[in-house]
Ligand binder design. Structure first.
Ligand SMILES: O=C([O-])CC(=O)C(=O)O
Ligand SMILES: [Mg+2]
Length: 388
């Protein structure tokens, strides 16, 4: 089999929200379609991929380097041993040829986007859900399609008052979520604490709040927040300082004994390994948020999972950033701890196949071939527009 065509387009996922670091008024992403020469029901099998929020579309890198490398490679050099399907690892090596090590970012998003489409295509050609293929090839053969998800929101909206913030959080709880997330670090510490108190006033027993500083704080501010947040029983305190400041992260464990989370802005196994080596994180309580759609895809994420195992970390401590179905498949196939979800943001790319409801903090993935995008009609409509 061979790749016949690769198409890409940049699409808006903008909204009038901000976190402590950026606003999303001009946010975009890349959507790609990889068309194969395998015909099913009279139509070519197509794999789709896109990148997560936060890093913009990556069309120029894909057009200049990664798409030509895939299209110029001999079909045999990208195939698995049967010759009837692609080998994602060989495709990855082809995309990464003539790339120097280090400096991960942007190209890791471009490759991650194409890698998602390759896995979707491979699982569709095999005729199985990606989570089943992953469990068979890399896991225990028995996927668990029931996955913990939490509701990420609580952004700073222009003019949003505390009652509206409470309504927002209540709406997530009403939709079945048990953990909600809000942003911090985009207001004063006092105002952030008042916002936290407002949200906690609408949560019941068994429901929890996570907070996310998006890497905004210097060490002194991070310590101030860590001390103030210690009074609460938060689900986690996320990304307090710069993602590459492992010493800041390690210092904070002396000030915050409760769960912390980070990793969404580390884009390679090597960066993730530095976090594990030097970040002082605790495998019994902290959470890792590496997002394959920003960090060279699932081929690289498999390396990260191997690295974690070598360092005594369970895959259960991983709850990826990004809210996409790719990470839901990885969670179901390879026993991650769950996945992020943005109930009202970044649509139609985030979320679940149509009809999937959150029940007491968990969803159950249906058995759809590939990643399952065909089961989400608003998303699939965009994909079909691209594939023609
Ligand atoms: O606001 C963002 O950039 C997204 C984010 O950090 C998250 O989902 O944890
Ligand atoms: Mg975050």
């Amino acid at each position: 089999m061979r790749i016949v065509d690769i198409r890409e387009v940049t699409l808006p996922i903008s909204s009038p929200i901000r976190n402590a670091y950026i606003d999303f008024s001009k946010m975009t992403l890349s959507l790609v379609a990889i068309v194969s020469d395998v015909i099913r029901d009279g139509k070519p099998v197509v794999g789709y991929g896109f990148n997560s929020n936060g890093r913009y579309g990556q069309g120029s890198l894909m057009r200049e380097r990664f798409i030509p490398r895939l299209l110029e490679a001999s079909p045999e050099s990208l195939q698995d041993s049967t010759g009837n399907n692609l080998c994602p690892h060989k495709c990855w090596a082809t995309m990464f040829s003539n790339e120097k090590p280090g400096g991960h970012g942007e190209r890791s998003v471009a490759i991650g986007t194409l890698d998602m489409a390759i896995w979707d295509l491979v699982a569709k050609i095999e005729g199985v859900p990606l989570f089943q293929l992953l469990a068979d090839r890399y896991g225990n053969g028995k996927p668990d399609p029931k996955i913990f998800v939490y509701a990420a929101g609580g952004y700073y909206y222009p003019g949003q008052n505390h009652n509206q913030l409470k309504d927002e959080m209540r709406s997530y709880i009403d939709r079945g979520y048990t953990v909600v997330k809000k942003k911090i670090g985009g207001a004063s510490l006092d105002e952030d604490l008042r916002r936290i108190d407002s949200i906690l006033s609408v949560l019941q027993d068994g429901q929890k709040l996570a907070v996310d500083a998006n890497g905004r704080f210097d060490l002194d501010t991070a310590i101030q927040y860590a001390k103030a947040l210690s009074q609460y029983d938060l689900f986690w305190f996320e990304e307090p300082g710069d993602p590459l400041d492992f010493e800041l992260q390690a210092t904070l464990r002396g000030y915050y004994s409760k769960p912390m989370a980070t990793g969404e802005d580390l884009f390679s196994m090597q960066d993730a390994r530095n976090l594990i080596r030097y970040g002082g994180l605790r495998p019994d309580r902290d959470w890792l948020q590496f997002d394959c759609a920003l960090s060279y895809g699932l081929v690289e994420y498999l390396r990260t999972l191997d690295m974690l195992k070598e360092h005594g970390w369970s895959a259960k401590r991983c709850i990826p950033h990004g809210g996409h179905q790719m990470s839901l498949n990885i969670a179901a196939g390879l026993e991650l701890g769950g996945n992020e979800s943005y109930p009202d943001l970044f649509q139609p790319f985030g979320g679940f196949p149509d009809g999937v409801k959150v029940d007491n903090g968990f969803i159950t993935l249906p058995e759809l071939p590939g990643i399952g995008f065909e089961g989400k009609s608003d998303l699939f409509a965009q994909m079909q527009k691209l594939a023609g």
